[in-house]
Design a protein around this ligand. Structure first.
Ligand code: WT7
Length: 629
């Protein structure tokens, strides 16, 4: 583990080197890995087109580096420790050797089903080890995976499959979530009525739910691997060949497919995993995310396996059978590093100390937070009752587009401060700019967070629409990657993330565009127009508040709107509050004044400011009177 920084002066040295000589810095880390052909040069880039290439013309396969490379030394070590939804069911331990066999075998199965290099494959699966096998088998044969969170609706699934022209969907019969079981395959069937690019479906049997198997299209997972070889020589990939597409919401339009490539993503997820969590040989590491999000990709699957770690994968939910489940699993498997989201912490805190106190939690060395700003109250509860004041709490800031953790303390090395992401990782050059893109230097300042130099796992494009990538991230400020977040640099130079500066909400750590929710609401026949904003929510961080103008609204219009949104996006996008309004506050040019709606939604109607320049100031009063608080 010689790429691990072990003290503060090493961090400073590594950081300085990564800025003064980034190419040499990353090249030395890349040398840890097996390359089938060495790169010609380390980095080619410009943020104008944008065009970023790392380890140019290098050849590799990421799965050789996270499986084959480990076999000699750690073939019998547990790679995936799987904990099922129901604690009464046995957990599974899958060694590196077994995982290697499973991945090779499923690689052969995919090939037999007609999937090859460059084909896109959607993974719509529960949190079972086979989901990881599916991702890695795609990577091994050079197919491009796109994992879709299994809580998204059939429409959302169809949109994503169509956008990337997926040839296959890997799924399961059902998905256990706490006391419920969700019929995942029937969602796939419904999605496939709306998209004709998908030729085949492989179905993993998990819940033994009865499903329709369409002749000539659908095959069972266990049948697909019957009699299939467990050996497969990994496909040779270029550093810049696509590894995966992951859809994420923005401030406009439909979700976009963020593209990550093989070489740079491999280096960065490995390096950031090792250093942020200070993973030691033999540790058990647990990230509670779902593989449907980038956190699951980078810090359940790729980063930990590249580092030869034991990664725990959990199928269930934090509150089943009760709100002590996380802590029970930590004790049961002697977890050393635990990584979760603030929304989970707040929800568990609200259930009371009696659910955490029975557990020892004495194996924990590091605890982490990700996905949204962690408020000080939740930070202290987590630090005290889970970390027992004994574990560094790393607040890790990053994004789907960044591929890996960008700003975070390195556990035990960089001193932490509540609610501060703290300092950039080596190789990351954040700056704070004003609205014109001028850098704001010094301490105690705030503005828009940008990154001024490429790092290995920066997104390369948005699938099928490079112009959209350019416009979204690289044109707001010249020659900078714009994160969409506001940030503050305090008197110690520590960075505190203030939240999005665009129309993107963060609901329980899930990213959701206001426009996306509005479009779904507008599909309801009685809705004429809608405006959606986020508002502070005790557990979710942000809740969704929808203002809607309706014609002949029926009595249960709110329920109907909620189910419409569920049908089009998924239940995570259902508005928490819906207010039927006579009109929406608009500027003279017809633009909705969201600033005003945000204030009303936040219960701050006394701070609306000047509304006299509006086209329809009278409407504001009516909205305030009817506001849901
Ligand atoms: C947005 C990215 C990448 C992890 C999962 C979310 C917010 C993420 C933090 C943090 C404050 C955070 C930002 C960012 N965010 N981590 N530690 N502190 N805010 O990925 O869905 O791409 O969302 O999540 O606003 O832009 P994502």
């Amino acid at each position: 583990m010689n790429n691990r920084i072990t003290n503060l002066s090493e961090y400073t040295q590594a950081y300085d080197k990564s800025v003064e000589n980034p190419e040499q810095f990353w090249e030395e880390i890349a040398e840890t890995f097996q390359w089938q052909k060495r790169w010609d040069n380390v980095l080619d880039w410009n943020f104008k087109d944008p065009d970023v290439k790392w380890f140019v013309n290098g050849k590799l396969n990421i799965t050789e580096n996270l499986l084959d490379r480990h076999l000699e030394k750690r073939g019998d070590q547990i790679a995936i420790l799987w904990e099922p939804n129901d604690p009464k069911e046995a957990h599974q331990e899958i060694t590196y050797r077994e995982l290697h066999e499973k991945v090779c075998q499923f690689s052969n199965a995919l090939l037999a089903q007609g999937i090859g290099k460059g084909d896109r494959v959607i993974i719509y699966m529960p949190m079972v080890p086979e989901a990881t096998v599916a991702m890695l088998a795609c990577a091994r044969i050079g197919a491009v995976h796109s994992v879709v969170f299994a809580g998204f609706s059939a429409t959302a699934l169809a949109d994503r499959a169509t956008d990337c022209q997926a040839k296959m969907i890997l799924t399961a019969d059902g998905n256990y979530r706490g006391s419920k079981s969700i019929p995942v395959k029937s969602v796939v069937d419904k999605a496939l009525e709306k998209c004709d690019c998908v030729e085949g479906v492989i179905v993993f049997q998990r819940t033994n739910t009865e499903v329709n198997m369409k002749e000539g299209r659908d095959v069972w997972w266990h049948e697909s691997i019957e009699g299939i070889s467990k050996e497969y020589a990994a496909e040779v990939m270029d550093s810049e060949d696509l590894l995966f597409i992951l859809y994420t919401s923005g401030s406009t339009g439909k979700p976009k497919g963020v593209v990550h490539t093989c070489g740079g993503y491999m280096i960065y997820t490995y390096y950031s995993f090792l250093n942020v969590f200070q993973y030691d040989e033999g540790d058990v590491y647990w990230c509670t995310a779902d593989i449907g999000w980038i956190t699951g990709h980078s810090y359940i699957v790729y980063g930990p396996l590249l580092a030869g770690a034991t990664t725990l994968m959990f199928e269930g939910v934090p509150t089943f059978p009760d709100a002590g489940r996380f802590w029970e699993v930590c004790d049961k498997h002697q977890v050393n590093q635990f990584y979760t989201a603030p929304t989970a912490i707040r929800a568990l805190e609200a259930c009371g100390l009696e659910f955490v106190e029975p557990y020892k939690l004495d194996s924990l060395k590091v605890i982490g937070s990700v996905g949204e700003p962690i408020n000080e109250e939740a930070w202290h509860w987590y630090h005290e009752h889970v970390g027992k004041r004994n574990c560094p709490l790393v607040d890790t800031w990053w994004q789907t587009e960044t591929g890996g953790i960008m700003i975070s303390a390195l556990a035990g090395i960089i001193p932490v401060k509540p609610a501060h992401a703290s300092l950039p990782l080596p190789g990351i050059q954040p700056i704070i700019v004003d609205r014109n893109g001028n850098e704001i230097t010094g301490k105690n300042v705030q503005g828009n967070l940008c990154i001024k130099f490429p790092w290995p796992s920066i997104l390369r494009t948005t699938y099928g629409d490079h112009e959209r990538c350019r416009l979204t991230y690289f044109t707001t400020y010249e020659n900078l990657y714009a994160t969409g977040d506001g940030a503050k640099r305090d008197h110690d130079g520590y960075i505190r993330i203030l939240g999005r500066v665009d129309d993107v909400m963060n609901i329980s750590g899930h990213r959701m565009g206001t426009a996306e929710v509005e479009n779904a609401i507008d599909e309801h026949l009685q809705v004429i127009e809608s405006a959606v904003v986020g508002y502070p929510h005790d557990i979710k961080g942000q809740g969704i508040y929808a203002f809607v103008i309706c014609e002949n609204a029926s009595d249960n219009i709110k329920e109907e709107i909620r189910s419409k949104v569920s049908e089009i996006i998924g239940s995570i996008a259902k508005p928490d509050k819906i207010q039927v309004v006579p009109g929406l506050p608009k500027t003279r040019s017809g633009k909705i004044m969201r600033r005003i709606l945000r204030k009303i939604a936040a219960g701050e109607s006394d701070q609306l400011g000047d509304t006299s320049t509006l086209l329809n100031p009278e409407v504001v009063e009516a909205i305030v009177l009817g506001a849901e608080v």
